[in-house]
Design a protein around this ligand. Sequence first.
Ligand code: RET
Length: 232
Amino acid sequence: MDQTAFMIGFSIMAIASLVIYATGGKQFPSRHHTLMHASVPFIAATAYLAMAMGFGNLQLDNGVTVYLARYADWSVTTPILLAGLVMLAFHEEGKPGEMGGFLTAIIVLDVMMIITGLISSLAESSVAKWVWYLWSCAAFLGVVYLLWGPLRAIAATRGRAMAAAYNKDVALLTVVWFIYPIVFLVGPEGLRMITDPTSVWVFLVLDVIAKVFYAFYAAGNLKNALSQSRYE
Ligand code: RET
């Protein structure tokens, strides 16, 4: 793999993190939103730097390269993004116990999804690879169920404007996140229909949408909701 994609990934994520941090006051309703959304590309920049420097790039006997930093990144950034949505669904409801329960459940499923995806990419036999892949997909469907089922119902009780913000965020997140297992499936870790450099570039584009574009999108939706809910 040539280093260009990783260096571009590092640069975009490092700059995005700085820009979100520096302009957050204007884009985000409050400081904690800025800090959360700036932390996500900062973690990604770290992962891309590791991949560019060849740290954690495992060369398997079957010729496939597994990028461990990618899974380390996802196992931290995806819980942050999901935590944002759970907190949005419970916006100012004041039920910390219930919110904590949903947070725990969704993060457990999400981290299981990433870890079993990593096991699938490392598996030597193809039976084991597909068993772990399917198990990872099951965890992913659990995450999607919590977002579209109980959490959506809770968000619907938080006023029309806040529910609309939640629904928009979840819709974008679901579409973008669904592409990850598809790229894995057709990529070198799976059916080998696309090459390693192609899958690296596609994951880079997805990461920019899921982390950077999503940060501004969610900030805009929340700002709208907060200004509308004043008149509700
Ligand atoms: C894997 C492979 C096994 C099956 C599934 C996967 C799902 C990965 C997802 C990753 C999302 C990453 C994001 C990162 C950006 O912050 C592990 C690829 C279901 C959904 C959004």
